[in-house]
Design a binder for this molecule. Sequence first.
Ligand code: DAV
Length: 372
Amino acid sequence: MSKQNKTIVNSWNEWDPLKHVIVGVADGTHIPPAEPALDAKVPEDSDMKGDWGPRSEESIFKANEQLDNFVKILENRGIKVDRPTPIDFSQKVVTPDFETGSMFGSMPPRDVILTVGNQMLEATMSYRCRWFEYLCYRPLIKKYSNKDQNMVHEAAPKPRLTDLDYRKDYLSEKIGVEKRLKWTAEKYFVTTEEEPLFDAADVLRFGKDLVVQHGFTTNLKGIDWLRRHFKDHNVHAVNFPGDPYPIHIDATFSPLRPGLIINNPDRRLPEDQRKFFEKNDWEIIDAARPAHNSPPPLCYSSVWLSMNVLVLDPKTVCVEASETNQIEQLDKLGFEVVPIPFRDAYPFGGGLHCATADVFREGKCENYFNFS
Ligand code: DAV
């Protein structure tokens, strides 16, 4: 007797109506010890330099309050929400190739899990402290896979993350922003081309087309791996000179609905790469400037989490509640803006887009780009 199959996993882009999503949890999050790729991302004047160990109980409590409130707001809008299962992040990460003193956390699911259609793909990751983070999502993925016969669970090849993966030039204590900007403009990033590396948050989904940021966390071999893996897709590499710490595309380039993308004005997409979007009638506009001059304490991310928005459907967008400029811009563009207080969660790994991973959006795989 065949059991009726239920589709659980389906999401092809960043904007179709969201029905089911994973929202991260802050429990047990650690500030990991120094390691090459992480060091390259933490700004040189950061309050986090040299500090590692568990985050304070108070900061975890406050982050969880905002995460739980975000969950309630989504649920009140009829969106089903699942949460990952944190593991003991105080454990060392040890493989035959490397060892590091602790793990990281399970607040930003977007970094780890890439949903493309009926597939959930675990990214390679490029920080040693995040090597085992996929384990936090395995209980959910197991459940989806048991219920949905068409769901495909994939894991990208686990990287070795030996010292060969990282450029020694980035290990210097003081590089300076000027030199960083020169290096990133030349695509001389901290990660080498030793083996494929990517974080899921470097990938944006536009139906048949996947747009992937080449930067600190994703290398060209990682993009090539994605191209070979998603054979029915067109995979495009982009990069954003102007960002001295380029990790994850979602505080830089955010599609809001078919035909409209906001781009960080300090990290504009180069002219030759814009052509592809413009030829296909996609408008790329400057995002509003952040309302804050600095990120909250002990935060890895920049003030540009202002544009790390979660689109609920092509007319509705969740924006951090204190980001008044971004709210005003989206309001003028005709969106219903759902304000979400979230700054206490930022230090745990990002904003509203980072803190989520798609399970189900309505709609199917469409072609938004006819000319390559
Ligand atoms: O601007 O610091 C943050 C992206 C986090 N997923 C930034 C990028």
